[in-house]
Ligand binder design. Structure first.
Ligand code: MG
Length: 367
């Protein structure tokens, strides 16, 4: 089987809540997502999606996805989409870096592999664990009272894990953590994600001020060294996200006991192939994981579901359902949240069928 043509579509994904705010005053109101179709000479089409969290979260931006597919795509025509390790090695030779560009292409090729094998991607990634898996809800950065009200509302919808966007004024962040913690019940989990927004002294003050609260601290500072310093001064469970973008930082973090949980985002690692490699390594090392992506619609949510559902439940700290945050559905068949939990499709491949009327005309056509 050969790749014959690659297309990319630009879709806008507005948010139900109007906007999403996190550390440093960063926010997004309408997400700019790219859907990639990989067409084969066998008539099978695979679908992928990548959606950066704006241009200021990771070194990734939406127009860069399309530019990257235009650059990389011609090199992939004629390659076998089923040989995923070979394809990823080749993508790394043809375009240095830019893992988010490769993510949507790799995801589409997993969709093709599943359609050829007549198996859900979840099975190909290791097998389905149980009926469903646990989700978290991200609580956009607002006042402590507003965040507490949002957490209570989402708790009423069935969520039991909450990730607060902090990384602002440290004193207000302490109030945010305490206000939301007061809404939760035993068994719920609370994460305070600073998204690199604190300096070390800010982080030290916050972790000390919430020492009596059952809360995880996520990515307090910009660099690995800063995060490690905070980690060594706090008793709270510790999550690393932005700086864990490959195997080397993962192994370093493990060797230094720098974290208890890591956040594996599919596009941060460059696709399902690389994210699975990191997932399996974490599982072998006993490191719990949040499995998700930077953002996305129905296709990203489907891919997350296949990777999360094939992860041993005791190691899956949490996952996410981005398609419930946005007002536009870009594909049929995507998983839908029930009571704060999600399940991967049992259909072959990713189990999604893009809504071509929503995608419109492709903005990139290669081949
Ligand atoms: Mg995070």
């Amino acid at each position: 089987m050969r790749i014959q043509r690659i297309t990319a579509y630009r879709v806008e994904l507005p948010l139900h809540e109007g906007s999403y705010q996190w550390s440093g005053g960063k926010s997004v109101a309408v997400f700019d997502s790219t859907v990639v179709g990989v067409e084969t000479d066998a008539g099978i089409v695979g679908w992928g999606e990548v959606c950066p969290l704006g241009p200021f979260y990771l070194p990734a931006y939406a127009a860069g996805v399309r530019a990257g597919v235009t650059e990389l795509g011609p090199h992939l025509i004629g390659h076998d989409p089923l040989d995923l390790e070979r394809l990823n090695r080749f993508m790394d030779l043809a375009l240095k870096g830019h893992p988010y560009v490769k993510s949507a292409i790799d995801m589409a090729c997993w969709d093709i592999l599943g359609k050829v094998a007549k198996l859900p991607v979840c099975t190909l990634l290791g097998g389905r664990h149980g009926d469903d898996f646990v989700l978290y809800r991200a609580i956009s950065q607002e006042s402590p009272a507003q965040m507490a009200a949002k957490a209570a509302g989402y708790r009423a919808e069935g969520y039991r894990r909450f990730q607060l966007k902090v990384g602002g004024d440290p004193d207000v962040d302490v109030a945010r953590i305490r206000a939301v913690a007061a809404e939760l019940q035993p068994g719920d989990r609370l994460v305070a994600d600073a998204n690199t927004g604190w300096l070390m002294h800010d982080a030290m003050r916050v972790v000390r001020a919430v020492d009596d609260v059952d809360v995880y601290i996520e990515q307090p500072c910009l660099t690995y060294g800063e995060c490690l310093s905070v980690r060594r001064h706090t008793r709270q469970p510790f999550v690393l996200d932005e700086i864990i973008d490959g195997i080397e930082p993962l192994l370093r973090g493990h060797a230094d006991q720098a974290m208890d949980v890591v956040n594996i985002k599919i596009s941060k690692f460059g696709g399902l192939t690389r994210a699975r490699q990191a997932r399996d390594l974490c599982a072998a090392l006993g490191i719990a994981m949040t499995i998700e992506d930077s953002w996305g619609g129905d296709i990203v949510t489907a891919a997350i579901a296949h990777l999360a559902h094939s992860t041993p439940p005791e190691l899956l700290f949490t996952s996410t359902d981005f398609n419930s945050y946005v007002t536009v559905s870009i594909a049929d068949g995507a998983p839908q949240r029930t009571n704060g939990r999600l399940a991967a499709s049992t259909a072959p491949g990713l189990g999604v069928e893009p809504r071509l009327a929503v995608l419109g005309k492709p903005v990139v056509v290669v081949g």
